[in-house]
Design a protein around this ligand. Structure first.
Ligand code: HEC
Length: 160
């Protein structure tokens, strides 16, 4: 049954391409739209956007607390603060929301959480306060890079 098999191959090919495009959309592209000021909008549900923004405010609080602790020479406080926004904090993200984030956004976000774990290790390893500040300034290049490229929008806002 040569012709049936050709048909099977065709169906398989179509399915493979569809699957590939689906994976590409979910893993690489995400749910995005261009925005008037040149940044890319990541389009989320209102509650997802609120959750990410709350996490962001938490990151800013961590940066403030690490700076304050470094000035005071309190390395234990730096370790605790940085660890709280390390990779453990990233594990709570919902897969549904992760699928809406572009690959670069996910990469920068995870790199930032990982960098806070490294900062905690640095503080725990007896680093000097200035070395912590120097490391933090490098971590913050992730904040500024992501903020330069992206904003958070709500699904449907660009359809109006
Ligand atoms: C992976 C991308 C990414 C990284 C990394 C990132 N941010 Fe953000 N952040 C965003 C986006 C997107 C917004 C929303 C901006 C908008 O919609 O205009 C935001 C918003 C914020 C806000 C505003 C919150 C609010 O309630 O409006 C703060 C504060 C903030 N980020 C702090 C930080 C700090 C501090 C870091 C680094 C330690 C950081 N962010 C790292 C993407 C990121």
């Amino acid at each position: 049954m040569k012709s049936t098999c050709k048909f099977c191959w065709l169906i398989s090919l179509v399915l493979a391409v569809a699957l590939g495009l689906g994976v590409y959309k979910v893993v690489v592209v995400g749910s995005v739209a261009p925005y008037a000021d040149g940044r890319v909008s990541v389009l989320l549900l209102p509650n997802e956007r609120n959750k990410v923004l709350a996490e962001m405010r938490g990151l800013l609080e961590s940066v403030q607390a690490v700076t304050e602790a470094a000035v005071a020479g309190d390395m234990a406080a730096i370790e605790t603060t940085a660890r709280a926004v390390g990779m453990a904090a990233a594990e709570a993200e919902s897969p549904a929301m992760m699928s809406k984030l572009p690959l670069e956004f996910k990469t920068l976000g995870l790199a930032t959480h990982k960098a806070f774990d490294d900062l905690a290790d640095l503080a725990a390893g007896g680093a000097e306060p200035m070395a912590v500040i120097a490391n933090l300034s490098q971590v913050m290049l992730n904040c500024t890079a992501c903020h330069q490229g992206y904003r958070l929008g709500v699904v449907g806002e660009n359809d109006e």
